[in-house]
Design a protein around this ligand. Structure first.
Ligand code: DC
Length: 223
């Protein structure tokens, strides 16, 4: 059987990857995989235990007891489960954002999640979103995109999103949070964030989501 298409969409926090990747997948009839949500799920589990994330033994036993799945619920929405509990709406808080960036620096966490991601993407027909999709997880992907935008614009987008879901955060603090996450995601040793050499880089600072989505679809269709 011929393997289906793999499209990777990487980029920093707050750039709008989820909105774009979800819509591109829908337009092209492909599966959508949000790998950031998987790091967030582990962060939620760490917060609940709680444990010292610098202790590999503790982290490793937590990972053994952690089962993450994406499933379609009765309303046919894709939900994320952690040991069979629906955690879709519990992983979007600023606290989990912070903790997920911390745990994403850990080799054993990345190893487990990359294994699951590659398994999900095995047959292709998928749009995968994250930080290392084009550089590390799916280096042979058919199309690679890297979305970027200025720090101020990304902080504005993320803050709007958080306010909509009931999390209030000041504009200055939002900029500081995103700046910190950028630094951590780009400077970590394990799969740091950077564009794959053959990725199409799109500066989305002055673009609305539909323009970014159309640009990607046009590129994939070769129009
Ligand atoms: O995309 P996001 O904000 O939901 O991701 C949460 C954190 O997970 C982010 O700080 C970086 C990390 N992450 C990663 O290291 N690798 C991925 N493929 C996806 C996310």
């Amino acid at each position: 059987m011929e393997k289906g298409l793999i499209i990777t969409i990487d980029g920093p926090s707050g750039v709008g990857k989820s909105t774009v990747a979800k819509s591109v997948a829908k337009h092209l009839g492909l599966t959508y995989l949000d790998t950031g949500a998987m790091y967030r799920a582990i962060a939620l589990q760490v917060k609940r235990y709680p444990l010292n994330i610098d202790n590999d033994d503790e982290l490793s036993s937590l990972l053994l007891n952690t089962n993450i799945e994406f499933i379609n619920n009765k309303e046919n929405n894709l939900i994320l489960t952690l040991n069979n509990e629906d955690i879709t709406d519990k992983i979007r808080s600023p606290e989990i954002s912070r903790l997920s960036s911390d745990i994403a620096t850990k080799r054993i966490v990345r190893k487990k999640l990359v294994e699951i991601q590659r398994k999900i993407g095995l047959n292709g027909n998928i749009v995968v979103e994250g930080r290392d999709m084009g550089t590390y997880v799916f280096p042979g992907a058919d199309f690679k995109f890297y979305l970027d935008a200025t720090l101020a614009e990304r902080a504005k987008r993320r803050r709007t999103q958080l306010i909509e879901t009931g999390h209030n955060i000041g504009a200055d603090n939002m900029i500081k949070e995103i700046e910190l996450r950028d630094k951590q995601d780009k400077e970590r040793l394990e799969s740091p964030l950077h564009p794959a050499p053959n990725a199409v880089i799109i500066d989305t600072t002055n673009l609305i989501a539909d323009e970014v989505i159309n640009r990607i679809i046009t590129e994939v269709k070769g129009e």
